[in-house]
Design a binder for this molecule. Structure first.
Ligand SMILES: Nc1nc2c(c(=O)[nH]1)N[C@H]1C(S)=C(S)[C@@H](COP(=O)(O)OP(=O)(O)OC[C@H]3O[C@@H](n4cnc5c(=O)[nH]c(N)nc54)[C@H](O)[C@@H]3O)O[C@H]1N2
Ligand SMILES: Nc1nc2c(c(=O)[nH]1)N[C@H]1C(S)=C(S)[C@@H](COP(=O)(O)OP(=O)(O)OC[C@H]3O[C@@H](n4cnc5c(=O)[nH]c(N)nc54)[C@H](O)[C@@H]3O)O[C@H]1N2
Ligand SMILES: [Mo]
Length: 764
């Protein structure tokens, strides 16, 4: 088969007018407030703006559709618990511009694919269900019933349920996610890949093995009380701005902050809290006490170097390790120490790219402080050794007895607003046996036990034509996945691709033989069903479940909720053979919660608990010092230090987010904190690497990645010198996903290694 549309699978290689200034050190403040208003006024009526701002992240209001950072349990800022990027996410979602039949009559699928992601995103909210007939050039409207029947027919025509793939992105609420996995399992497969596979899967894998639960152990209160917070591989100023308020509180309580990141990200340096006008005038709070500009993937080496220093002091003077905790609560200590001793301190320091002085200072800081929290995100998970990174940071915390006590513990900072909840609800291609038993007991059918496809396996299955129908519950699978061209080919092999979406994206434009777009309500919109207005629920990054309820009228009368879409697909597909009354759920979501109570631990009396405005905490063993591993102990592990050596001319590339995007949704063309305006096709390089390769500022480069004999290419990126360690470079995701090899991923977790792509560059 010829994959005609491969060159339309990415944003066009065109430039806008690049402007560059020095990177900022301060985050939020006045510039942020201005950016909020600019964005909001672009899309929304003033009345709606005020309504939304007063309800977002407030008790009784709706959950911000941005990241998964928690809201305070008690007092919340009256000016709304939001951030610049939360408002942008929301404004993007509740645009008053809609697209329906006239728009899709005007533009063919190919014409839309020729636009940039930024332009596609600006088109407006999807307003009615759309269908692409085989061979057609344009989407045309279809009735909801017509769409459900088509999906049912395709699913029922397959030889085996495992030929269908059901993706989930992390905005789906608990109620919709629970129904979706229930439907997929009654239909007969565990093919439930999700965005988590590309995100914190490595954290989940590392934490389940060592501590017994794939979630973090700390609460917001712990962050306020920590002696030391280490922020590793995370850019909260852009991606979790409300975290900066928590760090500010920690500092006010005399806590210290250590930042480990190849880039000097704004916000981690200085934070100007928009809710404190006086601070805005006086220049804000300095957050980071010690900044370690580690080389990309130098984290295991750094953690080992720190632990070697600790061991040396422990052996000479004692008093460094928490032996009571180690004896009582952990296993594997002796093996771990024996393995650590195999490493040479100087070699480790060398592999970090840092000066010995800085590493020694970091070790001293860890030794001097008792209650330690480690926060991390994609800078640690998206490497081949992503799981090792997580296990190694657990080792450090265990040595200090810093898990399961106040002000200490693990804090993987989640991405999508309900990505953690979706997993709790059973969106998991490797379901635990316990979940399957509970489903069988509650619903009377036997769910399949064979593991399903993760994102990477799903792409391969589709490429090899073992997958035939793809359904995406939210998200933008094509652009988020690694190896864009391969993924584009895979999707074009499908008989049917279906996207349940709020906004148009590239995944709607590179389709199977037939395609459907099913438009749904966003978080901020009221959800009215037969029994009246519905509430739903989400779980944040710290395991708090709370209600979310929209406040605006839907942007179109022809939208359904995700719950309604799933219920109807299930009813149509499983007609005559289901044990479940699917449409009962659609009419009244409290029935879903009643059934969640029967299946998922911690959700007993769910409807009642949800009445508690600030929500309720889910059980979390490690938080209380109960390690729910098979041995009942927290586990020390031996992890190898990565040894990848770059050849001459090669660079290690991280693919990161700008300040003006939410994953594949591009809000604008500026990366304000990094001082890059109006252009996303850039590659940030160290000045010494540029000089060594004869590259001048603003030269245009083609980028290549050679992996296992396959050459991948991304054309036309403007070279910019930037404070990044030698041998490293950075580009924006998703423009360079085309370079991320499908077969390079974290062992155990299969998280694509999108922060460790070896590339070479050539001047155009
Ligand atoms: N506004 C906004 N908010 C978001 C998102 C968004 O796109 N926009 N996305 C959401 C999602 S789904 C997620 S998962 C999170 C992502 O949140 P982050 O993980 O903060 O996002 P990234 O841009 O991928 O940044 C990774 C950081 O890790 C650093 N880094 C890269 N490689 C390494 C390394 O090898 N070692 C170390 N120590 N650091 C490294 C980079 O310099 C960068 O600062 O944010 C969520 N929130
Ligand atoms: N190279 C590289 N690749 C990456 C990453 C990286 O750092 N580097 N990060 C990875 C990470 S951490 C993640 S989480 C994934 C993200 O992968 P995805 O979650 O698949 O991608 P998003 O861009 O968040 O999805 C945006 C789309 O979701 C739809 N949408 C938004 N809100 C809703 C809603 O409420 N309901 C429904 N049904 N649809 C909605 C809209 O149509 C929008 O276009 O990407 C991964 N890919
Ligand atoms: Mo993510």
């Amino acid at each position: 088969m010829q994959y005609k549309k491969i060159d339309q699978a990415h944003t066009p290689e065109e430039f806008s007018e690049l402007k560059k200034t020095a990177p900022k050190t301060t985050a939020v403040g006045v510039g942020s407030l201005k950016a909020v208003w600019d964005q909001v006024n672009k899309y929304m009526d003033t009345g709606d703006v005020l309504k939304v701002m007063s309800a977002m992240n407030q008790k009784g209001g709706f959950d911000c559709p941005g990241c998964a950072w928690p809201d305070p349990d008690d007092e919340r800022a009256t000016m709304a618990e939001y951030c610049e990027n939360g408002i942008k996410a929301m404004a993007e979602e509740v645009q008053n511009k809609t697209i329906g039949q006239p728009f899709f009559e005007q533009y063919s699928v190919d014409e839309l694919a020729a636009k940039s992601d930024f332009e596609i995103g600006k088109s407006g909210r999807l307003a009615e269900p759309l269908y692409l007939t085989p061979g057609a050039t344009h989407y045309t409207p279809i009735s909801w019933e017509g769409a459900f029947e088509k999906i049912a027919k395709h699913l029922n025509d397959l030889d085996h349920p495992d030929e269908a793939i059901f993706y989930t992105s992390g905005r789906t609420t608990n109620e919709a996610a629970f129904l979706y996995q229930l439907f997929v399992r009654e239909y007969g497969t565990n093919n439930l890949p999700d965005c988590s596979n590309m995100c914190h899967e490595a954290s989940g894998a590392g934490l389940i093995e060592t501590l017994g639960i794939g979630k973090g152990s700390v609460t917001l209160d712990d962050l306020y009380k920590a002696d030391l917070v280490m922020v590793i591989g995370q850019n909260p100023g852009t991606n979790h701005p409300r975290m900066l308020s928590a760090l500010e509180k920690c500092k006010e309580n005399k806590g210290k902050i250590m930042t480990i990141n190849p880039l000097p990200e704004a916000g981690l340096t200085t934070f100007v809290n928009p809710q404190r006008p006086m601070k805005m005038l006086t220049g804000g709070t300095e957050l980071t006490d010690l900044f370690l500009p580690v080389t990309i993937n130098g984290d295991v080496a750094l953690l080992k170097a720190i632990m070697l220093k600790m061991l040396e002091r422990e052996e000479s003077q004692g008093g460094v390790f928490d032996h009571a905790f180690i004896n009582d609560k952990t296993s594997g200590y002796d093996n771990f120490i024996a393995d650590l001793k195999k490493y040479n301190y100087a070699d480790c320091v060398k592999a970090t790219g840092l000066s010995e002085r800085l590493v020694a200072e970091a070790a001293e800081m860890v030794m001097q402080n008792e209650r330690i929290i480690i926060c991390w995100a994609m800078g640690l998970t998206q490497h081949e050794n992503g799981v090792d990174n997580v296990r190694e940071l657990v080792n450090l915390l265990l040595l200090k007895g810093s898990i399961g006590k106040e002000g200490a513990g693990t804090c993987p900072v989640r991405g999508h607003s309900n990505v953690q909840g979706d997993r709790t609800m059973g969106i998991w291609e490797n379901p635990p046996e316990k979940l399957l038993h509970s489903i069988e007991k509650a619903f009377g059918f036997k769910p399949p036990t064979a593991h399903g496809y993760s994102v990477i396996d799903a792409i391969k299955a589709m490429y090899e034509k073992k997958g035939k129908v793809f359904i995406g519950m939210g998200g933008n699978f094509l652009s988020a996945a690694p190896d864009t061209n391969y993924t584009a080919a895979a999707l074009q092999n499908m008989n049917l691709t279906v996207h349940v979406s709020t906004k148009l994206n590239r995944s709607h434009l590179i389709t199977g033989k037939e395609a459907l777009i099913l438009p749904v309500l966003g978080r901020a919109e009221k959800d009215v069903q037969n029994s009246g207005e519905q509430i739903q629920s989400v779980e944040n990054s710290m395991g708090v479940v709370h209600a979310t309820k929209g406040v605006l009228n839907p942007c179109s009368d022809d939208l359904r909720s995700e719950v309604s879409v799933v219920s109807n697909i299930a009813a149509a597909t499983l007609k005559g053979r289901t044990k479940i009354d699917w449409l009962k759920y659609e009419a009244d979501y409290s029935h879903i919660r009643t059934d969640i109570s029967k299946v998922i631990a911690g959700f007993d009396d769910f409807n009642k608990k949800l009445e508690k405005k600030a929500g309720f905490y889910l059980p979390n063993g490690p938080r209380e010092g109960n390690f729910t591993t098979t041995s009942g102990k927290a586990l020390f592990t031996a992890n190898k230090m990565p040894t990848k050596v770059l050849k001459e001319g090669e660079l290690l590339m991280m693919t990161i987010r700008s300040h003006d995007q939410f994953n594949t949704t591009i809000y604008g063309m500026d990366d304000r904190y990094r001082g890059i305006y109006n252009e996303r096709r850039v590659i940030l390089m160290n000045a010494a690497d540029m000089e060594a390769q004869g590259i001048r500022e603003r030269d245009v480069l083609n980028l290549y990645s050679d992996f296992n004999g396959v050459r991948r290419e991304a054309d036309k990126f403007i070279a910019l010198s930037y404070p990044i360690p030698v041998g490293c470079c950075a580009t924006y995701y998703p423009e360079t996903n085309v370079l991320v090899p499908l077969d390079q991923f974290a062992h155990t977790a299969k998280t694509p290694a999108s922060k460790s792509v070896v590339i070479s560059v050539e001047k155009v």
